[in-house]
Design a binder for this molecule. Structure first.
Ligand SMILES: Cc1cc2nc3c(=O)[nH]c(=O)nc-3n(C[C@H](O)[C@H](O)[C@H](O)COP(=O)(O)OP(=O)(O)OC[C@H]3O[C@@H](n4cnc5c(N)ncnc54)[C@H](O)[C@@H]3O)c2cc1C
Length: 97
């Protein structure tokens, strides 16, 4: 988990540097949003599972956190759409239709 979080932070940091230089592109932002939300959601799901049945109870906040991320993976561009944007950027092929 810490490795994946660190990798995601590096991606966000690099994007921030590019933004400061006015060099960040929307496709790079797509890649970062898609990767980092997916990573956070997977970690939240894994954390919930580690807690077993307690993981779905209100006593622990992980389920609420996970549900928040289920929203984030849809808004500001869905996971699938960001994949299509990234794919189009690297291949030049439009696979939206
Ligand atoms: C909590 C929350 C807050 C939101 N806040 C805002 C807001 O403030 N302002 C705003 O404008 N919107 C907001 N939205 C809306 C959000 O941007 C849309 O829900 C999102 O863009 C997906 O659109 P849709 O729901 O119409 O799904 P659809 O476009 O119907 O997509 C359904 C599914 O099909 C996939 N899909 C769609 N087209 C393709 C394709 N060509 N190829 C492959 N897969 C495809 C999508 O990835 C998705 O998984 C919010 C949504 C949520 C959940």
């Amino acid at each position: 988990m810490i490795t994946e979080i660190t990798k995601a932070q590096l991606l966000a940091w690099r994007l921030g540097v590019l933004r400061d230089q006015n060099k960040a592109t929307s496709t790079q932002i797509s890649m970062a949003k898609r990767n980092n939300v997916d990573m956070a959601l997977k970690i939240a799901r894994e954390s919930r599972q580690i807690l077993g049945a307690m993981g779905i109870s209100g006593e622990y906040s992980i389920m609420r956190h996970m549900m928040n991320l289920e929203s984030v993976i849809t808004y500001e561009g869905t996971h699938d759409i960001h994949l299509l944007i990234t794919g189009m950027d690297i291949t030049g092929e439009n696979a939206f239709n």
